[in-house]
Design a protein around this ligand. Structure first.
Ligand SMILES: Cc1ncc(COP(=O)(O)O)c(C=O)c1O
Length: 389
């Protein structure tokens, strides 16, 4: 029997060309961290403090310091970080929250879970982040917050967005789930708005070994609300008194212990990502691809490497790469406002012209710390062959 299964698998595999390189390889980041991680795990394990213990507090202080804010609260995921940040900022049923549609669905889910209404604005085609002019157009009397997404590792135009928020008295919650360490005019993503939300999903720039997230803020009242939401709404002075409707959504001590070790390496990993991006630029320079642009004021940390393929050739290039043993992905093929579950939120207030177009053009190439120059060259060679150069 096992032979039949194996031969089936082999036959299936034989239909595909040999993969020349991985799309993403977490082992190249994590293997060197193993020794320190096991020692830290032993400490947590023997302490017995698995939930809300000192390892979590240490990491929260360290991460807050890294971002440049006084407070950070670890939670179970980036989505929960967004939900709690919005709720703690006062967003409630019926409030409108302006956000891009060109993002991961979780951005919009966070508002919807609170009964708020996601209102989608268009993005800038160079940075892929919220276009401030479109945000202004999308505002109504019901608008209560802007939710910029620092997409693919690059900050949105926080000067312009903070200005709109100030003028219209709106809250700003940053979706920094893809932008650990990215800066805008020297200030880190997650330090601009009323709060920032980060994900520690394993593929992120600061990825854990499971799910996790964190809320960063300079507002102590907001921070304390998040501490309650993540812990079933228990009172901070008297945990026997539940005075909020909360969740069970804490960042585990063991996860925090690992993230603390990895945080020491985050800047080095981000530098490596930036060097890989330069290498890709050199190698792909003469192709028709539109390469990711670092906008004036932004320090891009290249969470992923997303190019635009002009002239309707995206899907053909993707197939060509696959035939050549090079995996690729699409972020995002379906904009959030076109997801079946979002139909009722599709707004006619602003046109999402850029969003609609770039969803047909974007292609994500293999890209990760530890990727070799030879692997970058292999990808570039295949792209050049496709375009006949
Ligand atoms: C832009 C964005 N927002 C929110 C999330 C949600 O984070 P998580 O998967 O940790 O819930 C993610 C990541 O998955 C993301 O990329």
């Amino acid at each position: 029997m096992p032979n039949t299964v194996n031969s089936k698998i082999n036959r299936q595999q034989n239909n595909f060309p040999m993969q020349k390189l991985p799309y993403f390889d977490i082992k190249r980041q994590h293997d060197p961290l193993l020794g320190g991680t096991l020692a830290a795990f032993e400490k947590v394990f023997t302490s017995g403090a698995y939930i809300l213990g000192p390892a979590l507090k240490d990491f929260e202080c360290k991460f807050a310091g890294y971002i440049g804010v006084p407070f950070a609260a670890g939670v179970a995921s980036g989505t929960d970080a967004l939900i709690f940040a919005l709720k703690a900022a006062g967003i409630k049923r019926g409030d409108e929250v302006i956000m891009p549609s060109f993002t991961f669905t979780a951005t919009a889910l966070a508002a919807i879970h609170l009964g708020a209404v996601p209102v989608f604005a268009d993005v800038d085609e160079k940075s892929f982040t919220l276009d401030p002019r479109s945000v202004s157009k999308a505002c109504s009397k019901k608008t209560k917050a802007i939710l910029p997404v620092h997409l693919f590792g690059q900050c949105a135009d926080m000067d312009a967005l903070m200005e709109i928020a100030k003028a219209k008295k709106l809250k700003v919650i940053e979706d920094a789930c893809q932008a650990h360490g990215a800066t805008w005019n020297g200030k880190k993503a997650g330090a601009f708005g009323d709060a920032g939300a980060f994900s520690f999903y394993p593929t992120k720039n600061l990825g854990g070994i499971g799910d996790g997230g964190i809320v960063t803020t300079s507002n102590e009242g907001l921070f304390q609300k998040v501490l309650q939401y993540r812990n079933l709404g228990k009172g901070l002075q008297n945990p026997l008194m539940h005075d909020e409707i909360g969740w069970t959504s804490r960042l585990d001590s063991i996860q925090a212990a690992f993230l603390s070790i990895k945080l020491d390496r985050l800047d080095a990993f981000n530098d490596e990502r930036r060097k890989l991006a330069v290498l890709f630029e050199e190698k792909l320079d003469k192709t028709p691809l539109v390469l990711p642009a670092q906008i004036n004021g932004a320090l891009h940390v290249y969470h992923i490497y997303v190019v635009r393929v002009p002239d309707g050739k995206r899907d053909a290039l993707k197939s060509h790469l696959a035939q050549d043993g090079i995996p690729s992905m699409i972020h995002y093929e379906i904009p959030v406002h076109r997801q079946p579950v979002m139909r009722q939120y599709a707004t006619k207030r602003v046109r999402l012209t850029v969003t609609e177009r770039i969803c047909r053009e974007v292609l994500t190439l293999p890209f990760f710390p530890g990727m070799t120059g030879q692997e970058v060259a292999t990808v570039a060679e295949s792209v050049k062959n496709f375009f006949g150069k």
